[in-house]
Design a protein around this ligand. Sequence first.
Ligand code: TIU
Length: 219
Amino acid sequence: MATIKAEPFDLKFDSKTTALVIIDMQRDFVLPGGFGEMLGNDTSLLLAAVEPTRRVLEKARSKGMMVIHTREGHRPDLSDCPPSKLTRGGKTFIGTEGAMGRILVRGQQGHDIVHQLYPIDGEPVIDKPGKGSFHATDLHQILLDRGIKTLIVCGVTLEVCVHTTVREANDRGYECVVLSDCVASYFPEFQRVGLEMIKAQGGIFGWVSDSDKCIAAIA
Ligand code: TIU
């Protein structure tokens, strides 16, 4: 068993039953010209999470830990995109042509994961139509089959897909540790309160740690 220094208290975990889950580190969110920027956001805040995540990923791989990647996106015919998600304030972004191909459409350049964190053979990639990684995917089955109990969570954005996924995971019985410098929001205030929400009330739906503490724990 290993122990990760975390808030609101340190957490014991077994690296054999722990997965590193990297959520939606896609060009469409972290680079200019994608979905994030189309929504009016400054994507540079998200890029800051890539390097700490890369260091955690490198360590997790070197220790043979399970690594899972997720991508938010849709079929080219958008048949899996609810109309309520398709338009925002009367405007349509998803499926339209952007600088990196069609926005949030599977198979397009913008939909794929940034090169620094690119999946390698044996690492499952979960393509999800929603914000949560468990909704309409086989993630729970994959985790159950490997006996996974603990999730170390990185990715973007904190208050949207990371929160939704961690809440879903908590309800399914997983212990989730979110690494503060490996997650990011377009809004600094949401980054602060998003982390606070997870660890408040005795860790109401998870723990918060960081990349250095995680690397020290899995070393
Ligand atoms: N817009 C925003 O903050 N996030 C998303 O649309 N998806 C994810 O968080 N991945």
